[in-house]
Each structure stands twice: as C-alpha cells, then as structure tokens.
Design a protein around this ligand. Structure first.
Ligand SMILES: [Zn+2]
Length: 308
C-alpha cells in the first residue's frame, strides 16, 4: 500500500478555480490519483503568510471545507482516514485521504482552534511553515527559537489526542524540543542534508534522533532538496533513500511528495501518476520487504491515532 504524507492540493483549490477532477495545472488531481499507485494521500491545510493574521483561521476552515466538499463527499471510492483502523479497513477499490496542517500560524495563540481542527480530522500537525509563529521559529531563521510555553501546550494537546507532530520546516532548536516532548514525531517532507545540503533537510544527528524516537521520515520530491545541481532524476531520489537506509532508517522511511507545493519537478516525476516510476525504481533496487516498509508499512505501523 503506497502512502504519501504531503501535498498542497487544498492550497491550489483555495487559490485557483482548478477542477479537482482533472486539471493540467495540478500535479495532483483525482483522475491522476486514481491512475497512480498511491492508496493513501495526506492533504495539507496550508495558509500562505500573505493572508493577514486575523483571516488565517477562516482560510484554514475554508480548506477543511474544500477537503470534504471536493474530495470526500462526492467520491464514494475516497474515504476520510481518522484512525489507524480506518487505514486497515480500506477496501481494495478505495483510497484514503488524511487531513494535515502545515504550520500552526492560523491558530494564533488559541488552543481551541487547534482542538477544532483535530475535531475536523487533522491527524498530522506541522508546527511551523517558513514563517515564525507563536509556537516556535522556523528553519528559515538562523538561530531560530524552540518551543514557546504555548508551543509546549500545543505538544501536550497533540500527545493527548494521539496526533503526529511534524517537524518539517521547524528550527533546529524546535526540532530537539519536539524530540524531547512529543509522543509521536515525524518529518512529513524532508530529505537528507548530507546528500543535499539544504536547510530544510535533516542532518545526520536529526535523522538519528528521529530513529531513536521511533519517528517517521517522508522522502520528498522537491528537486532542490534532493540534489544540488540540475538535472535531478529519479535515481537521485533513490540516492536519498540509500543514504537514509545506510543511517538505519529502514523502519522509519516513507514518502511525502509535496506535489502542488512545488513549481519545478524531478525528471519523470512531474505528477502523482509518475509514482509508478518510483515504484519501478524501488523494486529494481531493494528487496520486497524493504519496498513494502518504505511504501506504506512504516507509516501505518506508526500512525498514532487509535482512539475514535
Ligand atoms: Zn512544505
């Protein structure tokens, strides 16, 4: 079962009048999804920072509405995933959709807003995007601060609610604060810094810390997080995976493509349909059980939400 932990379709649907069923402007639409091997897809609520602070939560709610009205309700073959049981119960003809939050800036300093988003089905919470917020600073700010006291309240809530804390985009200090306090840790879309030195990637110490905390890491298809120089090819994604495996991440690895969040793409990896090329490359390179782990088993095993 192939699972992808990050895409920005909801943002695109909010910003543009694209047809969710089929649009050549989208890297991920429902037709391409159905033609792809991806069985479960995470859909991020991502509110851009050009939205004034007082409007950000309304925009987040608008994206929740888009998730249900465009993706879940009209499509009986697509089910909303809220618990680990929901994943296990997916029928062969069905696909699963998980709601996630990329950056907590839309909640401001109001824990009830986060509670409400969890009630609406959000199961993975990225603490920051590239902007700093009331919870923590982002990786875009050198010497960024770690968790604030409000940030600690957020982690307590995520722990109580069995929600995954996502460290992609988070400052280094914030990362280690999360490692020390969150029950369930993941990096939804980040690659290895040693292979491609970009600040958004995980260094060896961070990879080791995630493994030690039984966390999960989604290899991402952002070309400039994958390899420094063009051209970037599927083989370069495999080199990222090779490196994570070498660091001991076999039971911790998966994918978080970032489709519809990227303007440039890796060669032969331009839309979700091209996941077929990733599966082919994986099967050529790794044994069956490793492929199974990376494509979905690791994600399912660690998916924290048990309670209904
Ligand atoms: Zn992102």
């Amino acid at each position: 079962m192939l699972i992808d932990a990050h895409c920005d379709l909801l943002y695109q649907l909010w910003r543009h009048a694209y047809d969710v069923n089929q649009s050549n402007k989208l890297q991920f639409d429902l037709t391409k999804w159905r033609n792809s091997p991806v069985r479960i897809q995470a859909f991020a609520i991502f509110v851009p920072d050009d939205v004034p602070a007082y409007k950000q939560y309304d925009v987040a709610l608008k994206m929740v509405e888009l998730f249900y009205e465009k993706i879940i309700v009209p499509n009986p073959d697509i089910v909303s995933i809220k618990t680990k049981k929901d994943i296990e119960n997916i029928a062969d003809h069905q696909r699963g959709a998980i709601l996630t939050l990329e950056g907590c800036h839309p909640i401001g300093r109001d824990l009830n807003k986060l509670k409400q988003l969890i009630d609406y089905g959000v199961r993975i919470v990225g603490l920051t995007w590239n902007n700093n917020n009331a919870i923590a600073d982002s990786i875009d700010h050198p010497h960024g601060k770690g968790l604030s006291s409000f940030g600690h309240e957020v982690i307590n809530l995520l722990n109580d609610e069995q929600i995954w804390t996502d460290v992609s985009h988070l400052s280094i200090k914030g990362f280690y604060d999360v490692i020390a306090t969150a029950h369930d840790v993941m990096a939804s879309h980040s690659n290895a810094f040693t292979v491609c030195p970009h600040r958004r990637n995980l260094d060896d110490q961070q990879i080791a810390a995630l493994i030690k905390r039984d966390g999960w890491i989604g290899v991402t298809f952002v070309p400039y997080f994958t390899k420094v120089n063009e051209p970037v090819e599927i083989d370069d994604v495999m080199k990222q995976i090779d490196y994570f495996l070498k660091r001991g991440a076999r039971e911790h690895l998966g994918f978080g493509s970032d489709f519809d969040g990227i303007l440039t793409t890796i060669q032969n990896l331009e839309t979700v349909e091209d996941y077929v090329n990733i599966v082919e490359a994986l099967n050529k390179r790794y044994d069956k059980s490793t492929v199974k782990q990376i494509t979905g088993e690791n994600f399912i095993r660690k998916f924290p939400r048990i309670k209904v």
